[in-house]
Design a protein around this ligand. Structure first.
Ligand SMILES: *Cc1c(COP(=O)(O)O)cnc(C)c1O
Length: 379
């Protein structure tokens, strides 16, 4: 990591080659096309650079949550098909069509909104029908899917590219919920055959489905977190070996000796039992580094793993290095490897009492992203 005089010493380093490698391994495992999910700033890794590298690596499709994310990708010149997964907000429908984004249609009423917008623009909308098989989030229940599918098939202004549902429990390989959802989904899809309509792309598998339930792979898979090299859940089985793409690094900005009996940080929640060396790191919950890691997180400095002591502040926290040595400007690793030591996203999320998804997407724009690998496609 180079130290620039103009940027914060704290940064997220994303290895694009690892993202491409993970995509390759997922692809080899599922043997169907992949829609890589890049919502929420590509799970904190940076929307446009990651999407650009995935496109260069041959991903068939991309998925985002909101139309704004899709528009940002189109403005950056991304050309692969992009599906917006979220529920549509009526007044925005025209934006999907204007930017060549595929729309999730989750009710007959939404279908009518999309048709009206498409007709007004004189361009057919490309849609994926959303079936609710157990999430109870968005979509038409599988037991009501018949009339919904018929209305969509009859629509002059919508081209049905896909039909999909979302799994609630696939990160747990032992949950019976996934088989039930698959059965309900296939029953809904069968309606296309019953009415003699062409079968669109059927897709169901998130990362958990990709890892644990081959029956859910169908015509297309939608992995998110696995693309970034992170397991969806501690119970997940590594049927595909992926490598984490993200590191979070900072630098020591202050060194001091804290005398026995003195307390550290807000609330004076940690007291030095003996004289000890403490360094200050310029990263805090204002960057998305969870305050829940107060006196729980760890930092790697000079190859050693040391505890965060006292409360994590908005912009800084303190690390007790005991009798070890450290100097100002020394590298501090919060996620990733340093020498033989390492801190994984999974372990850090567990220490913070959250899940890798929330931890990763919480890192905000205040932390500069640096890209390595990928032949600098992300410059
Ligand atoms: C977020 C999301 C995914 C990806 O989920 P992962 O668990 O990260 O693989 C897939 N499909 C839908 C509809 C989603 O919202």
């Amino acid at each position: 990591m180079s130290v620039s005089a103009t940027e914060r010493p704290t940064r997220i380093v994303v290895d694009l080659d690892r993202i491409a490698g993970n995509l390759e391994r997922i692809r080899a495992h599922v043997r169907v096309p992949v829609m890589a999910i890049v919502k929420a700033n590509a799970y904190g890794h940076g929307l446009v650079p990651v999407a650009r590298h995935l496109e260069a690596s041959g991903v068939e499709r991309l998925g985002v949550a909101f139309v704004e994310e899709g528009i940002a990708l189109r403005r950056a010149g991304i050309r692969v098909p992009i599906l917006v997964l979220g529920g549509i907000f009526g007044p925005q429908v025209g934006q999907f069509i204007a930017h060549d984004l595929e729309v999730t249609v989750s009710s007959v009423e939404k279908l009518r909104q999309v048709e009206a917008a498409a007709q007004a623009l004189g361009r057919r909308a490309v849609v994926h029908l959303k079936i609710d098989t157990g999430m109870e989030r968005i979509g038409v229940h599988e037991y009501s899917a018949g009339p919904f599918i018929e209305a969509a098939v009859a629509s002059r202004w919508c081209r049905i590219e896909g039909v999909y549902s979302h799994l609630a429990c696939a990160d747990d390989p032992d949950s019976p919920m996934t088989a039930l959802q698959l059965e309900r989904f296939l029953e809904a899809c069968a309606h296309f055959d019953r009415i003699g309509a062409p079968m669109p792309l059927r897709h169901l598998a998130n990362s958990g489905g990709v890892l644990h339930f081959p029956g859910t792979h169908l015509d297309l898979v939608r992995p998110g977190i696995l693309v970034y090299g992170v397991m969806p859940d501690p119970a997940s089985r590594p049927t595909i070996v992926v490598e984490p793409a993200l590191s979070l690094v900072s630098r020591v900005v202050y060194f001091k000796v804290v005398r026995a009996g003195r307390t550290v940080s807000y609330g004076a929640s940690w007291t030095a039992a003996a004289d000890t060396r403490v360094v200050t790191v310029p990263l805090g919950y204002g960057d998305g580094y969870p305050r829940a890691l107060s006196s729980r997180g760890r930092a790697l400095i000079r190859g050693g793993s040391h505890p965060i002591v006292g409360r994590v502040c908005m912009d800084q926290f303190m690390v007790d290095i005991g009798s070890a040595s450290a100097w100002n400007e020394d590298e501090v690793v919060l996620i990733g490897r340093q020498g033989t030591a390492g801190i994984t996203v999974e372990a850090l999320a567990a220490a913070a009492g959250t899940i890798p998804y929330e931890l990763l997407t919480g890192f905000n724009e205040r932390i500069p992203r640096e890209y390595v690998g990928g032949n600098a496609t992300a410059a």
